[in-house]
Design a protein around this ligand. Structure first.
Ligand code: GTP
Ligand code: MG
Length: 323
């Protein structure tokens, strides 16, 4: 595991307060979209009749939890209501909270970067505009705060602006960016960057790639080629293939993840734009359908708007009561 710089207990506590506040703020739309209406379904009524449970189920479905997750949660809740193990709305909400956390826990696996890997390669992949390049900037910041040295590879050679955009993130973080002219071979840029990172003893190399639709066969093949070239550099190279998904796309994120996973094998997911969507329930569908670790979530456009994924904090921010 990468060596973290130790923080004083006070600094660590204020960090976690800040994280909670940002998460609460970021998930505002998802919370207010559907989750906050769950409790109001009961009105002043304390009875959990079947009609109310049906409405409850409909709400979970509209939050993009998906059929499978919703059915699983509701089967369990209905059984408990029948057995009188749940008799009040408060107990129902507690049960929902526990069920949601249970779904996320298996995918709540932090990205651990082994020491002495030099470089550890992080490949950023995903469809156009999901937030790959922005997330690279945020990740570089996070790793540097933890005391790692970072280098970036401008593997999106498709358009000139992409290289410049990455260079800006490089300057902000004061980390080197390896690039070639626009239009060069993406695999060659990443190979070059790997050589350079190894020569300099850099801890982490983060490679950008061009956005590509999961339905475009030739572009997906290009990604396979990049992976082969990485293997050629060092087949045992420790690496993470991070798929970036835009939470605002709802259920389509699930399809993207399945396709990318089939073609290149993803090892982790970053879910971005959770601050701009009411469809954050997609996290649960992703967890259940794919079981791939969700490493980070993006809750804004700024450098520090990236958080390691934390199941309890996430569910807490979705269900917290608004005054
Ligand atoms: N609100 C919000 N916006 C985000 C987040 N992450 C990225 N964005 C915005 O999404 C837009 C696209 O981000 P990019 O990083 O350029 O996306 P990309 O995947 O690299 O795009 P291509 O290279 O064109 O495929 C930018 O306007 C970012 O500021 C996030 O967590 N929240
Ligand atoms: Mg980009």
């Amino acid at each position: 595991m990468f060596g973290f710089r130790k923080k004083s207990p006070a600094a660590a506590a204020s960090d976690s307060d800040q994280t909670r506040a940002r998460l609460d703020h970021g998930l505002k739309r998802t919370r207010e979209g559907v989750f906050s209406q769950l409790r109001s379904l009961f009105g002043g009524d304390q009875q959990l009749d079947p009609g109310i449970l049906d409405d409850f189920e409909d709400h979970l479905l509209t939050a993009d939890l998906g059929i499978r997750v919703t059915t699983e949660i509701m089967d369990d809740i209905r059984a408990r209501v029948r057995k009188k193990a749940i008799t009040t709305p408060d107990q129902l909400m507690d049960e929902l909270q526990a069920a949601l956390i249970r779904i996320l826990e298996p995918v709540c696996v932090p990205l651990e970067i082994p020491e002495n890997s030099r470089p550890f390669l992080i490949m950023m992949i995903g469809v156009n505009g999901v937030g790959k390049t922005t997330t690279i900037g945020k990740l570089a910041r996070l790793f540097m705060q933890q005391g790692a040295s970072v280098m970036l590879a401008a593997g999106d050679t498709f358009r000139a602006a992409a290289i410049e955009q990455l260079q800006v993130w490089g300057e902000r973080n004061q980390v080197p960016v390896i690039s070639q002219v626009s239009g060069s071979d993406s695999a060659a840029v990443i190979y070059d960057a790997l050589q350079s990172a190894r020569a300099r003893g850099t801890d982490i190399l983060i490679a950008d790639t061009a956005g590509r639709l999961h339905t475009r066969h030739n572009l997906m093949q290009e990604l396979q080629k990049v992976m082969r070239v990485v293997d050629k550099f060092d087949s045992g190279l420790p690496r993470e293939t991070l798929l970036v998904l835009d939470a605002t796309t709802g259920q389509n994120a699930l399809v993207q993840a399945q396709e990318f996973h089939q073609v290149v094998g993803i090892t982790g997911i970053v879910l971005t734009k959770l601050d701009g969507t009411a469809r954050g329930g997609i996290v649960f569908a992703l967890a259940r359908e794919l079981g791939i670790p969700i490493r980070f979530i993006g809750v804004g456009e700024q450098l520090d708007d990236l958080r390691p994924f934390d199941a309890e904090a996430f569910v807490g921010a979705l269900l917290m009561e608004r005054s």
